[in-house]
Design a protein around this ligand. Structure first.
Ligand SMILES: C[S@@+](CC[C@H](N)C(=O)[O-])C[C@H]1O[C@@H](n2cnc3c(N)ncnc32)[C@H](O)[C@@H]1O
Length: 260
């Protein structure tokens, strides 16, 4: 069984906050990936784990025909509103409801790793992508290049204990890890690109509201209670507070451009 039901409930819990406060910062990553995959007028683009649909909206602005799939109903609703004419479905990334060889470009921004079996999810991405089409997989960059690493560590401590050997948030940023993963799915890995994004919040309350919007934070809330997560997040991010009380986090993302 896939992870859609569990993950969908977690990521959909604070959908509006995710869209307004976190996803908004990822524009440069989406832009670089869509450029690398040559998404343009007439391209058929699928975004797997499309969340609130900003990447698809940007692909649509380039003239692409867009399709998205996500497990979270609240995020799918936002994505549908943002991408009129797009085909945005609620579903499971390990069972893509699309015919073989349907898309020129298939993307997954920080999404494939939430599948129960990421290799299976990627083999589904390969199946629905045209032969030699592009599959883009984006993940966190190196932990020491991510100013949100202390936040991730604080939330990690409030999650249920992981099974032995479970991968952490930066597992796929280890050298060769992403190439090995996509290779197991039968994709042909190409180049890895690095993109820095900047997340900005005007004050502490908005920072905490924004950072509580992820599915991982929601899981920590369900495990440890909202007060504990709020405190853990506030304490972890305090060093990033600027003189005017605002917060800014620069983070490295990496995406691997593969061929189906
Ligand atoms: C970190 S969020 C990224 C969302 C979006 N790609 C972005 O860049 O904002 C991970 C997304 O993967 C989705 N997801 C997790 N497991 C999934 C599954 N098994 N099937 C489909 N979507 C899934 C979640 O609902 C969530 O929207």
């Amino acid at each position: 069984m896939g992870s859609a039901q569990t993950q969908g409930e977690l990521w959909g819990a604070r959908a509006r906050e995710w869209a307004d406060l976190q996803e908004v910062s990822f524009g440069p990553l989406y832009d670089a990936a869509l450029n690398a995959a040559k998404a343009a007028t007439g391209s058929a683009v699928l975004d797997v784990g499309c969340g609130a649909g900003l990447a698809l909206k940007m692909a649509q602005a380039r003239g692409a025909k867009v399709t998205g799939l996500d497990a979270a109903a609240g995020l799918v609703e936002i994505a549908r509103r943002r991408c009129p004419g797009g085909d945005i479905r609620l579903g499971e990334c390990e069972e893509l409801p699309f015919a073989d060889n349907s898309f020129d470009v298939t993307t997954g921004f920080n999404s494939f790793q939430y599948a129960t079996d990421p290799v299976h999810a990627l083999s589904e991405a390969k199946r629905v992508t045209k032969p030699n089409g592009y599959v883009v997989v984006a993940v966190w960059g190196a932990a020491d290049q991510c100013e949100l690493a202390p936040y991730l560590a604080a939330v990690g401590k409030l999650l249920p204990p992981p099974p032995p050997g479970a991968p952490g948030p930066f597992a796929l940023s280890a050298p060769g890890a992403l190439e090995a993963l996509v290779g197991k799915a039968g994709l042909t890995p190409g180049a890895i690109a690095s993109v820095i994004t900047t997340m900005r919040f005007p004050d502490e309350a908005t920072t905490v509201r924004g950072l509580l919007a992820s599915g991982v934070a929601e899981r920590a809330i369900r495990n440890s209670g909202e007060d504990a997560v709020r405190k853990g997040v506030s304490d972890a991010v305090r060093p990033s507070r600027k003189g005017d009380g605002s917060y800014e986090f620069k983070n490295e993302w990496r995406f691997l451009l593969s061929r189906a």
